[in-house]
Each structure stands twice: as structure tokens, then as C-alpha cells.
Ligand binder design. Structure first.
Ligand SMILES: [Zn+2]
Length: 325
């Protein structure tokens, strides 16, 4: 690798990259390679509001650089890209990112309460969901007066859409004899964004829960500490005890959302990886951890003790790689 660093010296033998041009060199150096790409990325359509998700007030929202997960134009351009990536020689498979709806940390507050555009309304009808009820569910949460039944309908709809998309993705990748994988929200928070491990496992060869327990950057979409802190803040009408029961993570040890942001325990990280594996009986669980986590070595060793054979790291950086030593 560049900078005189050889990843194999750190026990790393597989590389996940979005850059197809580096594949030949990685193969020459003996690495296994997976390609990664985004699901609903807006790309050059970012300025065109017709691609954006719509919140409960009908306003356009961009989340994680992405648009409406039911926009047929975004879906087909994404699947065409996947199809093209599959033609890259010598790769093991494709791992998709962002196959979900917005989370609390993926954009402005209102971006979580999406998508209620015409595409989503038509998809709800096609899948026999009650769109008005779905909207009512999101609005009730937004207004901090939760209608539990309607919220569940909303989250089930999110999940049905994501599962439908990943089914298409998987069909394309597997038809080329490659492995289909996905970076998923950690199990405690996955239901919020429409990722249902049990439904997705039969579609995926590799399930990769993103278990970033103490992500230090200011923005942390998908990171456990950021998303759970945001949930404690946004859903402040329920107690931390109730939120702990909802997410299956003990938040009562924290005093405030800011306290949660400082990081979850290493035990919580390991338990999230085990939950992901338990829920994904048809797939290999390959947790992805934060390379810049000061406890990365101890988490890896706890996972190895629990027989996790594949562990992925986000993100290669010459300053962080020494955390593995
Ligand atoms: Zn939509």
C-alpha cells in the first residue's frame, strides 16, 4: 500500500473499496476485494428537488446525500451501477451502503420524518399499506404524542421498501456468481431506518452491522453513540428506562444525551455484534468497527473469543492503523 504500510502486516487480508481502479493492484498484492457503493445517492441530481425525500410537511429533505428510496429513477440508476460494478474482474462481491430511510443523524431533524412523496404513496398502495396511517404515525412521533400502532405501521412500511430494494440488489449480484452484502445499522437502531435483519438475512451473503460505539467526529450518521444520543434527545417524552427497553441497550447508566454521545461500552458493542449474528441465520455476520476507537483491540479480541471470523474496519487511515498494534 501507499505510505509504506502493508495491511497484511496488521492481519488485514481483504479490502472493501468504492474505487474499481485500485482493484488490479490490490489483487497483485494478494488481497481479496469487495466493492462498495451507495443505494439511494443523489449524486449529480442533488440540486433537483424532484429526487428529494419529502417530510411530513411536504418539504424536500436530503439525507446522507440521498433521495427518496422509492424513486424509480434513483433505484434503477443504483441497480445499473451495481450491475456495472459486478463486471469488475477478480472481486468477491458487492457491499451496499445506505439501503435504508433517513435516521435521526442523517440530515436535518425533519429528514428523519420522511418520505411521504407521491412515489412512496404509490408504493404504499402497491404493498397494501395504509398511507394515511403511516403519515399519522410519523407525525405523532414528530409532535411527541406517539400513536404506537401507527408508528409501527410506518416502520413496517420502511422495512418493506428496504427489503424490496435489497432483494433486487441481491438478485443482480448473485446472478453474477458474486456475494451480496450490506452495511446495516446496528441491531438496536436498525428498525428505525427500515432494516429488518431477519427479513434481509436470506437475501444477503454478508450482513455487516456498523457498530461504532464511540465515534468521535461531530457528525455520526449510523454511529451508535450519535444515533442513540439523538434518540434520547428527540424522544425526550419517554424515560431512558423505556428507551433502553425499546432499543435493547441499557441507557440508564447515562445521565443525558451528551453523556451517551461520549460512547457506549465495549460490552455493548460486542452484544450488538452478537445480536446481528443471532438475527442473521442465513448470512455471515461481519461487523464493521471504528478503526479510530481507542478500545478497538479489546473489542476485536472479544469478538474473536466469540468466534467472529470476519471483522471489518472503518476507515483506513495511516494515523489510526497503529491502533491495531
Ligand atoms: Zn418518497
Amino acid at each position: 500500500m501507499d505510505e509504506g504500510i502493508r495491511l497484511s502486516d496488521y492481519g488485514i487480508h481483504t479490502v472493501i473499496t468504492g474505487n474499481t481502479s485500485v482493484v488490479p493492484r490490490l489483487k497483485e498484492e494478494g488481497y481479496r476485494v469487495y466493492l462498495a457503493c451507495g443505494a439511494f445517492s443523489l449524486g449529480s441530481n442533488r440540486g433537483d428537488e424532484s429526487f428529494h425525500a419529502r417530510d411530513i410537511n411536504g418539504s424536500p429533505q436530503v439525507w446522507f446525500g440521498s433521495g427518496c428510496p422509492n424513486d424509480k429513477r434513483l433505484i434503477s440508476s443504483s441497480l445499473e451501477k451495481v450491475s456495472k460494478l459486478c463486471e469488475t474482474p477478480d472481486i468477491e462481491g458487492i457491499i451496499i451502503d445506505g439501503a435504508r430511510f433517513s435516521s435521526l443523524c442523517s440530515g436535518p431533524r425533519n429528514s428523519f420524518y420522511t418520505c411521504f412523496c407521491g412515489n412512496c404513496e404509490r408504493e404504499a398502495e402497491r404493498l397494501s399499506f395504509d398511507f394515511e396511517k403511516i403519515k399519522r404515525g410519523a407525525k405523532s412521533l414528530y409532535d411527541k404524542a406517539p400513536d404506537k400502532d401507527a408508528i409501527e405501521e410506518w416502520l413496517r412500511f420502511r422495512s418493506a421498501c428496504v427489503t424490496g430494494y435489497l432483494g433486487e440488489f441481491s438478485r443482480i449480484v448473485r446472478s453474477r456468481g458474486l456475494e451480496a452484502g450490506a452495511f446495516l445499522f446496528s441491531p438496536s437502531i436498525a428498525p428505525l431506518v427500515g432494516q429488518n435483519y431477519r427479513d434481509l438475512s436470506p437475501l444477503l451473503d454478508i450482513v455487516s452491522p456498523m457498530v461504532y460505539r464511540a465515534y468521535k467526529q461531530k457528525e455520526g450518521p449510523a454511529c451508535l453513540n450519535h444515533e442513540l444520543a439523538a434518540a434520547a434527545d428527540e424522544f425526550n417524552f419517554v424515560s431512558l428506562r423505556e428507551l433502553s427497553d425499546l432499543f435493547g441497550v441499557d441507557l440508564t447508566v447515562f445521565c443525558s444525551p451528551a453523556d451517551i454521545l461520549s460512547g457506549l461500552s465495549t460490552e455493548t458493542a460486542v452484544s450488538e455484534c452478537e445480536r446481528a449474528r443471532d438475527l442473521s441465520t442465513d448470512s455471515r455476520a461481519m461487523p464493521i468497527l471504528d478503526l479510530n476507537d481507542s478500545e478497538i483491540k479489546s473489542i476485536i479480541s472479544m469478538l474473536r473469543e466469540r468466534d467472529f471470523k470476519e471483522i471489518s474496519l472503518f476507515l483506513y487511515n495511516k494515523d489510526y492503523i497503529s491502533n491495531l498494534l
